[in-house]
Design a protein around this ligand. Structure first.
Ligand SMILES: C[S@@+](CC[C@H](N)C(=O)[O-])C[C@H]1O[C@@H](n2cnc3c(N)ncnc32)[C@H](O)[C@@H]1O
Length: 220
């Protein structure tokens, strides 16, 4: 097992007890909300003809959302580091192109119209690794392509295994971005888990903890 793999496994081990507290209605609700928002943002992008790479795809949980946005199965590419998550992807989404291993070590065969990350950066605690990951995401984008970003912007006082990524930091990670758009999204987990089906009622902008961002690389 590589050092990075070991480090990430350890982080997730410590987070297990927190994950188990997650209310499944809340997870489903936030996932649906995220899917709808990404679909709205990409509504005039003709995703049907575009390729997308998801770095740190976890168990493949974002695949339905990418399909919902209009990406075709054959144009969705995934990357994941942890063997047990890779196994889940292979068992459930065998027909998708999957790059196994550390995103930073892998050689990708093509450039992509979209490079997507969802809560990977907040799991990376040191600034230099964040910057190296961002540079590689940028390199893998075609001219005119987009970074799609979802992550949280506030620290969780009960979990020091993750660290916020503010909108300001996102901008600084991609200094060459031509156009950027940021949307506050996702009702804060401590509230969202408690309010159950009243999610929409409580989902006010100042109670949201994540951002969904789109950053465009200039045309060549
Ligand atoms: C918090 S999970 C998010 C999973 C998924 N993106 C989602 O939204 O549900 C972060 C994932 O990033 C993966 N990861 C972290 N660093 C990575 C790297 N350098 N290369 C590939 N995957 C990585 C972890 O193994 C983990 O599955």
């Amino acid at each position: 097992m590589s050092d990075l793999e070991e480090k990430i496994k350890e982080q997730y081990g410590k987070r297990k007890h927190l994950n188990s507290l997650y209310n499944s209605y809340y997870s489903m609700r936030t996932m649906h909300e995220r899917g709808e928002k990404i679909r709205e943002i990409l509504s005039n992008h003709q995703c049907r003809d575009k390729s997308v790479l998801e770095l740190g795809a976890g168990h493949g949980g974002n695949i339905p959302m990418l399909l919902m946005c209009g990406f075709l199965k054959e144009n969705i590419h995934l990357n994941e580091l942890l063997p047990e998550r890779i196994k889940v992807i292979k068992d459930n989404f065998a027909e998708y192109s999957l790059y196994e291993g550390d995103f930073l070590e892998l050689e990708f065969k093509q450039k992509y119209d979209y490079v997507f990350q969802s809560t990977v950066f907040s799991s990376v605690l040191d600034n230099q690794t964040r910057k190296t990951l961002a540079d590689k995401m940028w390199d893998l984008l075609k001219p005119g392509g987009y970074i799609v970003w979802y992550d949280f912007v506030y620290n969780n006082p009960n979990n020091n295994q993750v660290r916020k990524v503010t909108a300001k930091e996102v901008k600084s990670l991609f200094p060459g971005a031509l156009r950027t758009e940021f949307h506050k999204i996702t009702l804060a987990p401590p509230i969202g888990r408690r309010v159950g089906k009243l999610y929409s009622l409580f989902n006010l902008p100042f109670l949201r903890t994540h951002i969904l961002a789109l950053l465009q690389k200039p045309e060549a």
